[in-house]
Every structure is written in structure tokens, then in C-alpha cells.
Design a protein around this ligand. Structure first.
Ligand code: ATP
Ligand code: MG
Length: 416
């Protein structure tokens, strides 16, 4: 029969690599715990309307990248392209805004974007993300960025740079939009068709266009950071102060606008050479725009595949999970059944063991035990069953230890 392949832009996460993403997720979750954050899980799909309104209908994500389909009830649904809009939807729908604030949450989620597939760019990828709702204080901006840096540092990433920018708020945006439109006016005809549409609706979006021609045109465009109001400027100064307190180095990059419409004030990116591993920022208007109260918010997303790739590029050896403590071989039917029961007892006491499920010969069993990296092996036969005495061979050096089948704790002690 003909083989069926996985869809373009997707990746199988194979068992031999499980320790890699577990390492990233576990590190992320452990750090989240020290910041007193709780986990949230939202559905894989949402009503399409959520992303049109939440992410913004002039963004690349909404205009080009969403997996949108009608279900059998003829509702338009979309596979989540990012985690923030769903988190905000759930925050509002479940009335979490009436609890004591701030709400600090994290998630690990797949995201789906119909992108041009290339190195580090998939159509299904995974994100670790956090959102903090309810605080407008610049200290929370500082905490969010510090948290991201801490996760990446704990993972073992080395050459990281943090870029920040100030995107202002709806008060400062109109002035800036006018200045930007004036600048872009003379090159209007050379903009890509999508950006021509953006010109009136949301000119700032043009700065994030990936088309070469548009990039060329916007190279010397006026920058939002020079047009922000006093409140936004003061906020940004304080965020920088908090970064200084923690001695987190940063650069101000007035060119970053990020790919989503919802950002206000602080935005940031963390890069490693060619790849952005983390992107985030403040989005003080989204909760209200999605039907909730007027409440500020800030968060980020970091790509799990990107983090793994970057760690490997840096030559970091991701720690493997614990090896198999004991391989239990057997000779004869009675001994095989005994090995089956023995394995069960050891496992229920938390010991990682393996037995023969392939009908292997004794010689092949030992070869296999070696291959899977078992620390100890033992072989059960009629004698062992009768005397209740077994020999445990340490694979590293061949040393033999004796154990009694009547004293499982002792055996665990030896193979641990
Ligand atoms: P980029 O500029 O690389 O397209 P983005 O601004 O679209 O990134 P975000 O939406 O902020 O990215 O997503 C946060 C993080 O998720 C990124 O920094 C990256 O690590 C990861 N990411 C985004 N898109 C992809 C993708 N298509 N494949 C793999 N990882 C991705
Ligand atoms: Mg993108």
C-alpha cells in the first residue's frame, strides 16, 4: 500500500526526542511556578471572529495565515494561530476579572499558521506563553521580561539579545499614523497590494510587511517611539528602570512593531543570532475590545521548536531523562511469567524496568538490554524461582550483586 505522509510544515515529535521538549516545557513550568503563575488550557479552535477582532484584520496572521474552516453546523472556526486572544476570551467568559488581580497565567499550546515553510518556520508549531491581566504598573512589564530571560537562561541559552520598543497607545497613535502616511504617500504605488489596503486602515502594519519592496520603502520611516505621549514615555522609562534594577541588558529597537495589532506601550523580542525565540508586549485595549472590562494586560509567546533548535545550534547537550534501572530476562515459561509479575512490582514502586516482549533468545536479550542502556540486568530461571535468590549484573563494569525476591526494597536500593 502507498504510504501517507504528514502535511507540509508539520513535524512528528518522536519518542527518541521526547526529552528535548519535556526539558523545555518542564523548565518553563518550574520557572512559572516561582512567579506564582497558574496554567490555562483553551480549545484548539475558536470562532474565527475572535482572531479577526483580537489579532486584527490587517495583520499577516489574519490576512494570510489562518486555518479557517466551516464545521458541519456551518460555523466559521479557526485553529488557534496564537495564544493571547483565546486566553483573553477565556478570562472574560469565565469572569476571572472579578477575582483579585493580577491574574498571572501560562500555557503550552500548539499554534497553526499557513506560512512559507522554511528553517524554523512551521505550520504547526508550539508555544510556551504567559499572560498577566489587570496591572498597568511598569513593574509587571519588568517581571514579564525578567521571566522570559530567566526561562531562556535556565534552559542554557547563551547568546541572547533583548530588544524593546515603545508602541504608544491610542492617544499617540493618530499623530504617528499621520506622519507615517505622509512619509509613505510618495511611494504608495510601489507598496504591495496588502499594504495598499493597510495604508488607510492601519499604516503601522506596513512596517511589519515581509515583502522586500515594502521593507525598502519603510527603511527610513518615522518611528513611533518619537511620537508617544507623556504617559507612554514615562511608562517606558520606568520599565527600563526595572530592567536596570535586575541588570538585564537590552537595546532599544525603534524598528520593531511585531506582527499583531493588539500591542500598546512596551513590546519586546528576544533573539539568538538569526532567530527570534520570544516575542511579546503589552496590550491594554484587548480585554475591552473583546467585550470585557477596561483592563490592562501583558504577555509573550516563545516557540518551543525554535528554543530546541537554538540550544542545539549552540551545541548545548539537552539532559536526557533517567535511564532504565533494570532489564529482567528469563528462561522458560514459569520464569517469564515471574518476570512479568516482578516487573509490575518494581514499577509500582517507581522503578523504571523492562522485560522481554519480543520472544528474544537469552543472548539477544542481553544485547537488547545493552542497547536500551539498562543499568542492571538479571535473569530469572527455575533456580532463581526456587531459591528466591537473583543475581544483578551492573552493565557498566560487569560487577555482580545478589538480591532476594523476597526483599524488593533491597533490589531497588541496588539498581537505583
Ligand atoms: P516571526 O517574526 O518569526 O514571524 P512572529 O512575530 O510571527 O515571529 P509571534 O507571533 O510573536 O511570532 O510568536 C512568538 C514566537 O513563536 C516566535 O518568537 C517564534 O519563536 C515562534 N514562532 C512564530 N511563528 C512560528 C512558526 N511559523 N514556526 C515556528 N515557530 C514560530
Ligand atoms: Mg510571523
Amino acid at each position: 500500500m502507498e504510504e501517507i505522509k504528514r502535511p507540509k510544515g508539520t513535524k512528528d515529535m518522536l519518542p527518541q526526542d521526547d526529552y528535548k521538549w519535556n526539558y523545555v516545557e518542564n523548565t518553563f513550568k518550574a520557572v512559572a511556578n516561582t512567579y506564582a503563575m497558574r496554567e490555562m488550557r483553551t480549545p484548539i479552535f475558536e470562532y474565527t471572529e475572535l482572531f479577526l477582532r483580537g489579532v486584527g484584520d490587517t495583520t499577516d496572521i489574519v490576512q494570510k495565515e489562518m486555518y479557517t474552516f466551516n464545521d458541519k453546523g456551518n460555523r466559521s472556526l479557526t485553529l488557534k494561530p496564537e495564544g493571547t486572544a483565546p486566553a483573553v476570551r477565556a478570562f472574560i467568559e469565565n469572569r476571572l476579572f472579578s477575582e483579585a488581580q493580577p491574574t498571572k497565567l501560562f500555557y503550552v499550546t500548539p499554534c497553526f499558521r499557513y506560512e512559507n515553510v522554511q528553517k524554523g518556520r512551521l505550520r504547526q508549531f508550539h508555544q510556551c506563553g504567559i499572560e498577566m491581566f489587570g496591572s498597568k504598573e511598569p513593574s509587571i512589564d519588568g517581571e514579564v521580561i525578567a521571566f522570559a530571560m530567566e526561562v531562556l537562561k535556565k534552559l542554557g541559552l547563551k547568546s541572547l539579545s533583548l530588544n524593546i520598543n515603545n508602541l504608544g497607545c491610542p492617544n499617540c497613535r493618530p499623530n504617528y499614523n499621520e506622519a507615517l502616511k505622509k512619509f509613505l504617500q510618495e511611494n504608495y504605488d510601489n507598496l504591495c497590494p496588502t499594504c495598499k489596503e493597510r495604508f488607510e486602515k492601519n499604516p503601522m502594519r506596513i512596517l511589519d510587511c515581509k515583502e522586500r519592496k515594502c521593507k525598502e520603502i519603510t527603511k527610513n520611516a518615522p518611528q513611533i517611539i518619537d511620537y508617544v505621549c507623556e504617559e507612554c514615555e514615562t511608562h517606558f522609562e520606568k520599565v527600563k528602570e526595572y530592567l536596570d534594577i535586575l541588570e538585564i541588558p537590552y537595546a532599544i529597537d525603534p524598528g520593531i512593531v511585531r506582527g499583531l495589532d493588539y500591542y500598546t506601550k512596551t513590546i519586546f523580542e528576544i533573539l539568538n543570532d538569526d532567530f527570534t525565540v520570544c516575542g511579546g508586549g503589552r496590550y491594554d485595549k484587548m480585554i475591552e475590545e473583546l467585550g470585557g472590562p477596561n483592563m490592562p494586560a501583558i504577555g509573550f509567546g516563545m516557540g518551543i521548536e525554535r528554543m530546541i533548535m537554538t540550544l542545539e545550534n549552540e551545541g548545548f547537550e539537552i539532559p536526557k531523562e533517567a535511564e532504565i534501572a533494570l532489564y529482567i530476562g528469563s528462561m522458560g515459561d514459569a520464569a517469564y511469567k515471574a518476570s512479568f509479575k516482578f516487573a509490575n512490582e518494581l514499577r509500582s514502586k517507581g522503578t523504571k524496568v523492562e522485560i522481554n516482549h519480543m520472544g528474544r533468545s537469552l543472548k539477544a536479550e542481553m544485547k537488547y538490554a545493552n542497547k536500551i542502556g539498562a543499568r542492571f540486568t538479571t535473569i530469572l530461571g527455575d533456580d532463581e524461582l526456587e531459591n528466591k535468590q537473583i543475581k544483578l549484573k551492573r552493565m557498566r563494569d560487569g560487577e555482580i550483586f545478589s538480591g532476594s525476591l523476597l526483599d524488593i526494597e533491597k533490589i531497588i536500593e541496588i539498581v537505583k
